[in-house]
Design a protein around this ligand. Structure first.
Ligand SMILES: NC(=O)c1ccc[n+]([C@@H]2O[C@H](COP(=O)([O-])OP(=O)(O)OC[C@H]3O[C@@H](n4cnc5c(N)ncnc54)[C@H](O)[C@@H]3O)[C@@H](O)[C@H]2O)c1
Length: 247
C-alpha cells in the first residue's frame, strides 16, 4: 500500500497503459483521478469504485490549458491535494518526414509533448503551493531515444518529453518534486491493435525478449518511479522495452 492517502492523476486513464496503471495505483491505496478525452474513462472509474477503490473521472483534453487547469482544480476540490501525476495521454502517429501532413504533425506534438508540458506545469504549481514535494512520471517511449523511418513526429514529441523531464527534474529537485519518464517498448494496447499481422510479427521480433510488453509491466515501473522506493531517482528515463534499445 505505497500510495495510501496519496492523490494521483492519470491522464489517458480511459484505456491501455493508463487504465491499468490507474488500477494499480488504486489497489495500493491511492485516490485516483482518471483524466481522459474519452468518456470511457468514466467506465474505468466506475469499475474501480465497484471494487471499493477511490476514483473519479474528469473529462480532459490535455492539449487545452483551460481544461488542464480544471483537471487539477477538480482534483484538489474533491481530494484536497495532489501528490502524483502520471502524464500518459498520447496518440499514435505514422509516417516519414516528407509524408506527414502538417495537421498530423501539430496534433502529435500538441498531445504528446505540449499536453505533457501543460499537465506538468499545473501539477507542479499545485505541488509547490502544497510545499510537500510530489512525484511526476511522464510517458515517453523507446522513440525518446531511437528513431525509425516512420515515427518522425512521434519520436520528436517523445524525445521532447525526455528533455522536459530532465529540465523539470533539475528545476524542482530542491522542492522535493521528482520528475521521471517511463519509456515503454511496444505494448499490447489499442495504439497497436489496429496494425496488420505482418507488422505485429515484425514489432515482436524487435524486442530481444521475443514479445511485446503488457500494460502491467509498464504500470509496475510507473508505480516504482512514483513511489518512495525511487526517492533518489529524478530526471531518469526508465526503459521498459524488453531489450528493444539494447541492440
Ligand atoms: N502501446 C505502445 O506500444 C506504447 C509504446 C510506447 C509508449 N506508449 C505511450 O503510452 C501512452 C499510452 O498509450 P496506450 O498504448 O495506452 O494507448 P491508448 O490509446 O490505449 O491510450 C491512450 C489514451 O490517451 C487518451 N488521449 C488521447 N488524446 C488525448 C487528449 N488530447 N487528452 C486526454 N486524453 C487523450 C485516449 O483517449 C486514450 O484513452 C501514450 O503516451 C503512448 O505514446 C505506448
Amino acid at each position: 500500500m505505497r500510495f495510501q492517502h496519496k492523490v494521483v492523476i492519470v491522464t489517458g486513464g480511459a484505456s491501455g497503459i493508463g487504465a491499468t496503471t490507474a488500477r494499480l495505483f488504486a489497489e495500493e491505496g491511492a485516490k485516483v483521478v482518471i483524466a481522459d478525452y474519452s468518456d470511457k474513462g468514466r467506465e474505468v472509474s466506475r469499475t474501480l469504485n465497484e471494487k471499493g477503490l477511490d476514483s473519479f473521472f474528469v473529462q480532459t483534453d490535455v492539449s487545452n490549458e483551460d481544461a488542464v487547469i480544471r483537471m487539477v482544480g477538480n482534483t484538489v476540490r474533491r481530494y484536497g491535494r495532489l501528490d502524483v501525476l502520471f502524464a500518459n495521454a498520447g496518440v499514435a502517429s505514422d509516417g516519414p518526414t516528407d509524408q506527414i501532413d502538417y495537421e498530423v504533425w501539430q496534433k502529435t506534438i500538441q498531445v504528446n509533448l505540449s499536453g505533457v508540458f501543460l499537465c506538468n506545469k499545473h501539477a507542479i504549481k499545485q505541488m509547490l503551493a502544497q510545499g510537500e514535494g510530489g512525484s511526476i512520471v511522464n510517458c515517453g517511449s523507446v522513440h525518446s531515444f531511437v528513431g525509425k523511418a516512420r515515427v518522425a513526429a512521434y519520436a520528436s514529441a517523445k524525445g521532447g518529453v525526455h528533455m522536459l523531464t530532465r529540465s523539470s527534474a533539475a528545476a524542482y529537485a530542491a522542492n522535493g518534486i521528482r520528475v521521471n519518464t517511463v519509456c515503454p517498448g511496444y505494448i499490447e494496447t489499442s495504439l497497436i491493435s489496429g496494425l496488420k499481422e505482418e507488422m505485429v510479427r515484425y514489432l515482436q521480433a524487435q524486442h530481444p525478449i521475443g514479445r511485446m510488453g503488457t500494460t502491467e509491466e509498464v504500470g509496475k515501473a510507473v508505480l516504482f518511479l512514483a513511489s518512495e522506493d525511487a526517492s533518489f531517482i529524478t530526471g531518469a528515463s526508465l526503459l521498459v522495452d524488453g531489450g528493444y534499445t539494447a541492440v
